[in-house]
Design a protein around this ligand. Structure first.
Ligand SMILES: [Zn+2]
Ligand SMILES: [Zn+2]
Length: 209
């Protein structure tokens, strides 16, 4: 299986929402030989935002861009839309000053060129849409779904659950790792951990769905 190896994503081709589909031709190149985007992502392009079908090759050739959800907000055609601009009520929430505002500031500090690079990067397949995490004033690199063996291998002392708790972005309760990822996980466990690596300091972070 071949891999996608870009600045912001390093995973096998079959883990992005692009599919080989002979029925559609790409709006930009008119061809069917490159995988076509099949999820509900908004594309950004001059005069062709209603393009029904677009291919991976044309994204990588920057013929169009894709709007992305990132930590703290959204990368849109018009620029950055902060979480608190989309939903002003957030400013009244108890966690705004402590958690949301700092991450919004980090997002605002990322260079335009990096935002452009991410918007020309394919998203990864998820249940509810990809969210890019941020570290060291840059977007992190998405490196795939982690399972128990990955946490064991990556943790400094082999304690998978401890490492999971340390790098997890969203809290899910005390028994969560045991039930969803450990060797004794529930039969119907279906949570996924989306893992990221910072290309600058090499730290790992991730979130679960
Ligand atoms: Zn194309
Ligand atoms: Zn970092």
């Amino acid at each position: 299986m071949s891999n996608l190896d870009l600045k912001y994503i390093r995973i096998p081709f079959d883990q992005i929402p692009f599919e080989l589909n002979s029925e559609n031709t790409c709006f930009f190149c008119g061809k069917q030989d490159s995988p076509q985007l099949h999820d509900a992502y908004t594309i950004i392009a001059q005069d062709s935002e209603n393009a029904e079908s677009v291919c991976l090759k044309c994204l990588l050739e920057k013929k169009y861009a894709i709007e992305h959800k990132v930590e703290g907000g959204f990368l849109k055609k018009e620029g950055i839309l902060l979480e608190s601009e989309k939903d002003p009520d957030i400013k009244n929430s108890y966690c705004y000053a402590e958690y949301i505002l700092p991450i919004e500031k980090q997002l605002m500090a990322i260079d335009e060129s990096k935002r452009q690079e991410l918007m020309h990067t394919p998203p990864f397949s998820t249940f509810h849409g990809a969210v890019w995490l941020i570290h060291c004033n840059d977007f992190m690199t998405y490196i795939g779904n982690w399972e128990h063996e990955d946490f064991v291998e990556k943790s400094p002392n082999g304690n998978a659950q401890e490492y999971f708790d340390r790098i997890l972005d969203n809290y899910n309760g005390d028994d969560f790792y045991e039930e969803q990822f450990s060797p004794n996980k529930l039969e119907y466990a279906e949570s996924l951990f989306y893992a990221f690596e910072c290309q600058h300091c090499k730290i790992h972070r991730g979130y679960v769905e």
